[in-house]
Design a protein around this ligand. Structure first.
Ligand code: FAD
Length: 229
């Protein structure tokens, strides 16, 4: 979303950005509030959304879009492919069970099915609960996984992983964001500031926090000076 809004701003009248999605909605798994705020931000930045449309082919200068069995070839300058991450080939090659997507299936305790001595977590794992492939999930699983490895070694009961959804934050271009979680829904500049504060808080060391915080403060000054040239 951030990329689309920022690019559309940079393009201005020189071109039109189209967002292609084969679904009937963008951000299908997002909270409704974030979904609506994102669609509004895209509309504000004049980004068209093509729903139920698939990329059928791509050449150096053209893109072919398939909508309801009809394929249209359009001239294109720039294509950004953001359809998600794939499982690493070496993970798929492991002599372990795999899901259709190549992930490692686990039980509630994060042990790989039929291999209780091996744990899997994060994007590579597909547990019983349908959880999104996000950093939030991976971080929460890390705690349970560490606990369970110790429990397995010391022959203590293992813990089941339960995802506690803290919500979702999305940037929507310059100084704009939307956030939804723990009963709070915010958008606009306030959400942008809140998101940055949460990110600073979540960074692992004070050195990271200082580097990122300083960068955020210096960047607008650099832009301001660059624009004066
Ligand atoms: C563009 C993008 C934006 C995202 N934005 C968000 C977001 O805003 N919020 C959010 O919650 N999630 C976001 N995610 C998802 C989030 O990054 C992942 O869900 C999260 O990083 C998963 O953690 P992980 O530990 O499973 O995998 P990773 O963070 O991918 O860690 C795997 C590590 O293994 C290393 N590795 C791979 N192969 C080998 C090897 N053979 N030997 C040694 N090391 C290896 C990799 O280099 C990597 O460091 C985003 C993902 C992408 C791609």
């Amino acid at each position: 979303m951030e990329l689309a809004c920022k690019l559309a701003d940079r393009l201005g009248d020189r071109g039109r950005l189209r967002l292609i999605d084969r679904g009937t909605e963008i951000l299908e798994d997002a909270p409704k509030f974030n979904q609506t705020a994102s669609k509004e931000a895209l509309a504000e930045h004049n980004v068209w959304i093509d729903y139920e449309t698939e990329v059928a082919a791509l050449t150096e200068n053209t893109i072919s879009l398939k909508y309801k069995e009809t394929v249209d070839e359009l001239p294109v300058d720039l294509v950004l492919w953001t359809v998600g991450t794939a499982i690493a080939p070496w993970v798929e090659a492991l002599d372990l069970p795999h899901t259709d997507r190549g992930q490692l299936p686990t039980n509630e305790q994060l042990q790989i099915i039929d291999h209780p001595q091996i744990f899997a977590l994060g994007d590579v794992a597909q547990g019983k609960a349908d959880v999104p492939m996000t950093a939030q999930v991976a971080i929460q699983q890390a705690d349970v996984c560490a606990w369970n490895i110790r429990a397995l070694i010391t022959e203590k009961p293992l813990l089941a992983f339960n995802f506690f959804n803290l919500g979702e934050m999305l940037t929507l271009g310059e100084n704009n964001a939307t956030l939804s979680g723990l009963g709070v829904e915010l958008e606009g500049n306030l959400a942008h500031i809140a998101r940055r504060l949460v990110y600073l808080y979540r960074l692992p060391t004070w050195q990271h926090q200082l580097n990122v915080g300083l960068n955020w403060m210096v960047q607008p000054l650099v832009k301001l000076l660059a624009n004066q040239d």
